[in-house]
Design a protein around this ligand. Structure first.
Ligand code: MAN
Length: 503
């Protein structure tokens, strides 16, 4: 219909012999810049722009018959379905309209404000470019205002992001120092624990203790024997003293004038006996005194439980060696237990020393792990890609909402997007994954019924403030957000870009 209308109009136009070119050689529907593409060759012919093998006489350009597959021979008519018509729109912004809309009886002011697309006169399209230009200028001014304001906001965001980064770097270096201290604490706590265990094992022990036990048993036996002997000695001493008393009496009271050879010999023997006293009483007396001392004092636990630092051969070794030896002993013990060569007798109770050392070791390790996990988080954060100039770093914690259909959606930068229905709590549509170009990707949301895990993409453009413009669900459980944010603003052009052409 359009073609026949166009053809009719063209036929009318041909009768006037003025249609193809407003000025000579000027091809309708082609911009001034592209006019050079429509020059004849030396034979007065022209080749289709994208099909140089199709050569036409110049008169076949804009003759309302489509010769070129790319539509390039009919820029000013509607003959080719894929052609495009250039509207000059003087005083405003030029535009291209699809050929099919040329001379279709409709004024396509949205593209051709000058009405040049309806040149056959089927419909009279007055030039509205002045009006359009004024409106356009207003819109452009608003766009520019947003660009400037958005850019200023972005500059602030970049400054904020730099401060956050600096603070994180400071935190990281503090953590490094704290970790170094904490590592040393862990090493010391572990060594202290091993030492405590070594000491404890010597006490409740597996090795030194049986020997000490045997020594103590033998001492007990000797002690009993000494006690028995001492008792015997005491008895004999008493009896000896009694005998001495008798003899002393005899010695003092006998009558030397009475010639009794038996008595005389006895007195003489007694005197010799007295003189022959060896005087070794002191010698054995000391042992008797020792034996009579308090047993508890002599054989108290403290004294029997000899300090392993003194009796253990490895106490003369450097600490590291002792720890190594302890490890080897532990391994050997485990090996023997595992192979049934040694009963798995655990020490009956933990000494306070070991318990305290364990507490300290656990606390040191816990602190060390916490610091390390903090360091990992900070390092990850610092290494993450937050877009050009790190700008999105400054937006962490900023959230925006939109209500759409039966749901309320919330997007939090660098965090997640949620969806909340009228009832029930929010569900996660996706967790922050990455920023690429003008898109933020959110992945691994809550699983879709009978489908994939929910995910979302937020497409950004420059805006004064963060705002969600729209949300859609192009495929089930795949969400698409359009948002504006200052983070996406670029340096605004120096001046207003509204065309200054005179009308
Ligand atoms: C919920 C919402 C929708 C989604 C369906 C899928 O109703 O998350 O967006 O399409 O689940 O079952």
């Amino acid at each position: 219909m359009k073609i026949s209308l166009g053809a009719f109009a063209l036929a009318l136009a041909y009768t006037g012999h003025e249609v193809l070119a407003a000025k000579s050689n000027h091809v309708r529907g082609v911009s001034d810049a592209d006019q050079a593409l429509y020059q004849p060759d030396e034979n007065g012919n022209w080749a289709c722009l994208n099909h140089p093998d199709i050569i036409l006489p110049m008169a076949r350009i804009n003759d309302d018959y489509c010769d070129c597959p790319d539509g390039s021979d009919e820029p000013g008519t509607s003959a080719c379905p894929n052609g495009k018509f250039y509207c000059v729109n003087k005083g405003h912004v030029p535009g291209y309209i699809p050929s099919t809309r040329v001379n279709d009886g409709v004024c396509d002011y949205d593209i051709c404000c000058d009405g040049s697309d309806e040149w056959t006169g089927i419909v009279k399209c007055e030039n509205k470019c002045r009006e359009f230009a004024a409106d356009y200028a207003k819109k452009q001014a608003e766009v520019r205002r947003i660009q400037v304001s958005g850019w200023n906001a972005r500059v602030k965001l970049v400054t904020k992001a730099a401060a956050i980064r600096q603070a994180l770097q400071k935190e990281l270096s503090q953590l490094e120092n704290q970790i170094a201290v904490s590592e040393a604490r862990v090493v010391k706590a572990r060594e202290d624990l091993k030492l405590a265990e070594i000491q404890s094992s010597s006490r409740v022990g597996t090795k030194g203790s049986p020997l000490l036990g045997r020594v103590k048993a033998r001492i007990d036996e000797y002690q009993k024997a000494v006690a028995a002997l001492t008792h015997r000695i005491r008895t004999l001493e008493t009896r000896l003293a009694q005998a001495q008393d008798i003899l002393q009496k005899l010695n003092e009271e006998y009558n030397p004038n009475y010639n009794d050879e038996g008595v005389k010999a006895a007195v003489k023997a007694y005197q010799e006996f007295k003189e022959s006293d060896s005087g070794d009483e002191d010698y054995y007396r000391q042992y008797i005194d020792i034996n009579e001392a308090d047993d508890d004092e002599l054989f108290s636990e403290e004294q029997i439980d000899i300090d392993p630092d003194i009796v253990e051969y490895d106490s003369y070794l450097p600490l590291q060696w002792r720890l190594w030896i302890h490890d080897q002993k532990t391994k050997l013990r485990e090996f023997l237990i595992e192979h049934g060569l040694l009963a798995d007798r655990k020490p009956s109770g933990e000494t306070a020393g070991v318990a305290n050392a364990k507490k300290e070791r656990d606390a040191a390790e816990r602190q060390n792990n916490e610091l390390k996990s903090k360091r990992e988080n900070v390092s990850k954060d610092l290494a993450a890609d937050f877009g050009d100039d790190d700008v999105f770093r400054a937006l962490s914690g900023d959230c925006m909402d939109i209500e759409s259909g039966e749901f309320t959606y919330q997007m939090c930068f660098n965090d997640k997007i949620t969806q909340k229905g009228k009832s029930g709590g929010p569900i996660t549509l996706g967790n922050f994954d990455k920023i690429e170009g003008n898109k933020i990707y959110f992945a691994h949301g809550v699983k879709c019924w009978n489908g994939p895990n929910r995910s979302a993409i937020a497409e950004m453009q420059c805006g004064e403030k963060n705002k969600i413009l729209s949300v859609s669900e192009p495929a089930m459980c795949e969400y698409f957000f359009k948002i504006v944010t200052p983070a996406l603003c670029t340096t605004p052009p120096e001046t207003d870009t509204t065309p200054k052409d005179e009308l």
